[in-house]
Design a protein around this ligand. Sequence first.
Ligand code: 5RP
Length: 263
Amino acid sequence: MDWGMKNRLSKIIRPEDGRTVMLAVDHGYFLGPTTGLENLGKTVIPLLPYADTLMLTRGALRYYIPPETDIPIVLRVSGGTSILNKNLLHEGIITSIEEAIRLNVVGVAFSILVGAEFERDTILAFTQVVDEAERYGIPVVAVTAVGREMSKDAKYLSLASRMAAELGARIVKTYYCEDFEKVVDTCPVPIVIAGGKKIPEKDALEMTYNAIQAGAVGVDMGRNIFQSESPVAMIKAVRAVVHENYTAEEAYQLFEEEKSGGE
Ligand code: 5RP
């Protein structure tokens, strides 16, 4: 692995403990003004001291995040369909690697939809991005997206995650599920979990804890942080689980304390 690739990966997964808290705020690329991100900068900037990387689109980066901000960027480079489309996640390349370099990113993220009728389109576009990104030492995070009718079980998620790794992903983002060890153990690259739809803070912390115990290196979490009743308290609690080995109960207690501390 060359120096640039290693250097960028070390900005995503912290070398001190091999873990990461990636903050995902890329939802607007298919959801538009997502709840909590209507004014993306206002929500996200106070969270950045507790995030290791920020994942978002080029437009959100340009319009909401000042260029002086000290946060490694993972750029979403796949898209093409909206929540209104019945073929949601039939994604292609929406941002070039040249643009990613211009924006000084440490990684790019691309969603593949294994098992969909159009899986081939997403997979071929993904491998094209891998070829181009690797040329410049930029790691590709594969998002193993799950369609509306697909199950999020270990059998499906290990198939999709292993494929993503074999096709060139340096990091795989997937969903937490029962028997998550199987997903981690059969994937040769580090795995981070998505948060998914907003659930109670206690449950999201439990999911984070279980994922770390099963071998995930961290989270790439969005709605369960920025839609929390107290986003700063929540990201601090998630961080405590990922980087400080807090149990879910300890982290929830931290969340409660931070929340009532009045941000
Ligand atoms: C879609 C995505 C999302 O845009 C986002 O990053 C998911 O984060 P969360 O589920 O935690 O809100 O990856 O496939």
